[in-house]
Design a binder for this molecule. Sequence first.
Ligand code: ZN
Length: 273
Amino acid sequence: MATTKKPKTVASPIDERETFVSLQKTFADSESSTEEKLKVLYDLQNADNEIEKLVQLRGELPAEVAALEAEVAGCNERIASLEQIIAQYNANIASMNEDIVSLDAEIEKYRQQLENISNSREFDSINKELENLGILRKIDEKKIDESREAISDNKATIQRVNEKLDILGIDLEAKKEELAVIVESTAKEEKALVKTRDDLAAKLDERTLSAYNRIRASVHNHLAVVTVYNGDSCGGCFNTITPQRLIDIASGKKLVICEHCGRIIVATPDSAE
Ligand SMILES: [Zn+2]
């Protein structure tokens, strides 16, 4: 079950107490015997442990694949935005070219007028116009050159990003394949374990199951159900268990929660099982 809690946080026993009180009540009210439930919880914990071992086989691969995929997506976004910039420069060039065509038409018109002028004032004024139009034309040409340069810079960047994408793609494919091989090799086993787990979980009432999941999520080793360690200690936190509690655990008929770490402590099931 997914958890948002930080792995190393050990839940405060006092906060969890409320849950335990209701949990203990649920156990008392329940139709199925406490003994049965404790057995189910123990088996459930074992199934979860096995599933976790399989997941751990995948190691860092899933995270690495996700990171590579994010990097690839980032590169593709970068390329898309660079292409947009290039398109804008091309649109600018097209509009400058249109501008030059109309400037040329105007220049041509003034040049023809120059051929039929009657006085020097007119001559000066037309030449002034021609000079201005020439300047505007030069500005357009300069802008076109600058746009072309920017386009070629952006294209070079796209090429670099594409080269990076090629390398990332090879890396990603390799990691994906590696992960797929591991997942496939354990898929059958995992499916069976998940089914066992789900079947066991279905035997528990909602409250007990949610308490189990909560304890599991709150302890760093994900063990919600532990056995007695070394005769008198909690198998989760290794704190000493009081003699009365040890008797309760051994009876197998009472739900015992470690007062130090909040884990459920059960007797080790008979080896005959
Ligand atoms: Zn403990």
